[in-house]
Write a protein of this length. Structure first.
Ligand SMILES: NC(=O)C1=CN([C@@H]2O[C@H](COP(=O)(O)OP(=O)(O)OC[C@H]3O[C@@H](n4cnc5c(N)ncnc54)[C@H](O)[C@@H]3O)[C@@H](O)[C@H]2O)[C@@H](O)CC1
Ligand SMILES: [K+]
Length: 489
């Protein structure tokens, strides 16, 4: 389980490490991980290390010592520092023969011309934006030189907490981040400045990391362990009955995509309820057309209710009314598209999953879309508190808010930014709920399967993949996730 950190969490963890007498060792490990990152990605040539005045600069000085000890040609330009560990690591570097020169614009210009790779140890989680002009000038010169950069913890000038970019941060090819990733390394546009992100967890107790984490990012084997296993005597009635309630005049494709995905995720029986005529394109889907769905469901006998509902895709303005009617059924319920309306605040129960994309999330919270995308963790949490149940804030990556905390998903790719992808996810989630997974687990497994199926489909179709290609790959995604589990065992 990887921990996702905000700056305040890093500070609290540092204080705990300091009390235990471990902070110096943590800096040693961080700097060494940075040096290893340079060695594995840029094993040749002269290394220029830029070190700031805080602990990020201290990590840079440790990295310089390791690289020097490995025989690399090393040049260090550093700002003056009052930080005790940064100062002691400057002394250690000098003690083994390394040199440290003042970081000035002319010195930087001279050394950039001779450097093969640059290590950015200027600013980490202690950065408070905006970048002061003197440092901003250095960053601009560094980026303009076009040398490959390995950033320590995060590219200097990025606000670790946010996905947005203010001013010009360092552009890195590789970022070695410590303890766990920060939101700026996970979500675009900030993450685009970080290049390839490698996590060096540092050998601190896992509970300490998790205590101070803002969110967690489960590894594949942890998600795979949640995949439901069906008993050998399963039949279509026990494999989960899903109702997809959606579609309207001119919007008939969306519920079909959800239904297809539910089938491909293993739902035993999938029925589509719609007020519009839906084309019978998939013979395994049962289609029920009713002139007035609210009247149909109003006195539906409890015994004949499905195991899970998938509500809202292409449903139109009647969606909130139907949601009000169906949420009290208290069964697994996915609310998507037209069912994502602010008037439903507070109606979510433990087994329901709301699946907004950023624009829908903005509508639900009454804010602008940029307010959602700059801070997806805060947005997902605010949605969960306002609506109840579980929230999947869709994106690359998706953010899952449960009553117990926040999760960040892995996987997926830009080719999945096409129409119908959300309908597919909703169907997957409904099938997992119908199969008996509690909503928080269904959300995590569903988002992961969706992303992985998208990766498989992307290998074949590239940016041209369409939503039904993702459903077609769900079986392979499921299987490959299971394989991750057996690799771990
Ligand atoms: N638990 C962890 O994750 C560990 C983190 N470590 C490192 O510690 C770093 C955090 O260290 P610090 O809290 O000392 O902070 P930083 O080193 O990130 O930055 C603090 C320094 O930046 C300057 N600064 C802040 N805002 C600025 C601005 N707008 N313009 C110009 N300069 C600015 C401050 O004056 C201060 O000197 C992490 O990023 C990481 O590199 C490791 O050393 C040890 C373990
Ligand atoms: K940095």
């Amino acid at each position: 389980m990887e921990a996702v950190f905000l700056p305040e969490g890093v500070r609290a963890l540092d204080q705990q490490l300091e009390r235990a007498g471990l902070l110096e060792l943590a800096m040693e490990e961080a700097g060494r991980a940075g040096a290893d990152g340079v060695q594995s990605h840029f094993p040749m040539g002269r290394v220029l290390l830029l070190c700031g005045s805080g602990a990020n600069g201290g990590d840079g000085l440790v990295a310089a010592r390791h690289l020097y000890a490995l025989g690399r040609e090393v040049v260090v330009l550093a700002q003056p520092s009052k930080h005790p560990l940064t100062r002691s690591n400057r002394r250690r570097l000098r003690a083994i023969g390394g040199t440290v020169s003042p970081l000035t614009l002319p010195a930087l210009g001279r050394e950039l011309a001779r450097a093969d790779v640059v290590v950015d140890g200027l600013l980490g989680t202690g950065f408070v934006p905006p970048l002061r002009p003197a440092l901003a000038e250095l960053v601009t010169a560094l980026n303009a030189a076009g040398r490959p950069v390995v950033a320590l913890d995060l590219p200097s000038g990025l606000n670790a907490a946010l996905a947005e970019v203010e001013g010009e941060p360092v552009r890195a090819q590789v970022t070695v981040t410590f303890s766990g990733p920060k939101p700026a390394l996970l979500y675009g546009p900030a993450a685009h400045w970080a290049g390839k992100v490698e996590v060096a967890p540092l050998r601190v107790p896992q509970e300490w990391r998790l205590t101070h984490a803002a969110a967690t990012r489960p590894v594949a084997a942890e998600v795979a362990a949640l995949l439901p296993v069906r008993p050998a005597d399963a039949h279509k009635g026990t494999a989960g009955r899903v109702w997809v309630v959606g579609g309207s005049e001119g919007m008939v494709g969306a519920p079909l995509l959800s239904g297809l995905a539910a089938l491909r995720t293993g739902a035993g029986l999938v029925t589509l309820y719609s007020e519009a005529e839906l084309p019978q394109k998939i013979p395994e889907l049962m289609i029920q057309t009713r002139p007035d769905l609210a009247a149909t469901f109003a006195d539906w006998p409890q015994k004949q209710r499905p195991d899970a509902l998938c509500l809202g895709m292409g449903l139109g303005p009647r969606a909130p009314k139907l949601a009000r009617l169906l949420l009290p059924w208290n069964i697994g319920t996915v609310l998507d598209a037209d069912a994502l309306q602010p008037e439903l605040a507070g109606l979510g129960h433990a087994e329901c999953i709301w699946t907004p994309h950023p624009a829908e999330a903005a509508r639900l919270l009454g804010v602008g879309t940029p307010d959602i995308t700059r801070d997806p963790l805060a947005a997902a949490q605010a949605l969960q508190r306002k609506f109840g149940g579980v929230v999947v804030l869709k994106g690359g990556p998706s953010t899952i808010a449960t009553p117990e905390g926040l999760l960040v998903s892995r996987g997926g790719h830009a080719g999945m930014a096409t129409a119908g992808m959300g309908d597919t996810l909703s169907g997957i989630l409904a099938a997992l709920l119908a199969g008996g997974l509690p909503a928080p687990q269904a959300a995590l497994v569903g988002v992961t399967l969706h992303a992985r199926a998208g990766e498989w489909a992307g290998r074949q179709h590239g940016y041209g993949l369409i939503a039904s290609d993702v459903s077609a790959e769900l079986g392979r995604a499921w299987q490959s996730l299971r394989d991750d589990l057996s690799l771990k065992e």
